[in-house]
Design a protein around this ligand. Structure first.
Ligand code: MLT
Length: 266
């Protein structure tokens, strides 16, 4: 499905009914990575999973896409779909977007789920490396950047080859314009640590214990910074923890959602 939001066509999945779980994918992925969550949660609630601007099937725009811009797209999508307040789950870059959303639209949140992500901004060296990657994408296309991500998504252990192939096929859908925009947007994102203490909704922080792309220590710090946040580390899971250990992840999310205060649910 597609809807026109903030000047672009946004592709999204919208299944089920009731209180709403809004799932935001990471870089340079798309909404297909949430397939196990759509399947598990659509029978019990409404699940909305968009493709972020420039990724998956959503239209791209030139120049950096700020995390705040992606958050405004989520807001526009929610208005179009008459959805919200939502339980907002963001993975990695999707977590940066979720934190930007929490700052801009706190009244539209019922809960926050931060998966394999962190609060901090890029160091100057990391931002410079991202800009160099964006330049490489401009010159050569996004294959090399996408390939470098492919090896870091799942844990290094006995990864199921079918799962690895599916993840590669999702990554292969990345397009240069959207990849550049995301890289440049991440390079300039502010340090969300400045407003973590103001988050007032129940928050679940989840990380894969074997994540080599985003150290689990980042999740521990995130959980310490958000009042009352609950932290779960899932063993034998890499960066794409919700996909790789979908059953464990879904059970944690489901138990946490059941325990949300009544007034926090629709
Ligand atoms: C992601 O998985 O979304 C990105 O790796 C996050 C990042 O590069 O900071």
């Amino acid at each position: 499905m597609h809807v026109f939001v903030n000047g672009i066509q946004v592709a999204y999945t919208d299944e089920g009914a009731g209180r709403t779980l809004l799932l935001v994918h990471g870089f340079p992925l798309n909404r297909r990575v949430w397939a196990p969550q759509v399947e598990a949660f659509a029978p019990v609630c409404r699940v909305i999973a968009p493709d972020l601007r420039g990724l998956g099937e959503s239209e791209a725009t030139a120049g950096p896409t700020a995390m705040r811009r992606y958050a405004e797209d989520l807001h526009g999508l929610m208005l179009s779909l008459d959805a919200g307040p939502v339980i907002l789950a963001g993975h990695s870059m999707g977590g940066y977007v979720a934190l930007a959303f929490a700052r801009a639209f706190p009244q539209l949140l019922r809960g926050l789920v931060l998966v394999g992500t962190k609060a901090g901004a890029d160091t100057p060296a990391a931002a410079a490396a991202r800009r160099a990657s964006a330049e490489q994408v401009r010159a050569e296309g996004c294959e090399a950047v996408v390939e470098s991500m492919a090896g870091k998504m799942l844990s290094a252990g006995d990864t199921d080859p079918v799962m690895a192939a599916v993840v590669r096929s999702i990554l292969a859908e990345a397009r240069p314009e959207g990849v550049m925009a995301a890289l440049l947007g991440m390079a300039e994102r502010p340090d969300a640590g400045a407003w973590l203490g103001e988050i007032r909704v129940p928050t679940l922080v989840v990380a894969g214990a074997d994540d080599t792309l985003m150290a689990p220590a980042e999740s521990e710090a995130l959980a310490r910074g958000i009042p009352g946040a609950w932290l779960e580390l899932i063993p034998q899971a890499g960066h794409l923890v919700a996909y790789e250990r979908a059953d464990a992840f879904n059970e944690i999310l489901s138990n946490w959602m059941v325990n949300l205060p009544e007034e926090q649910t629709k």
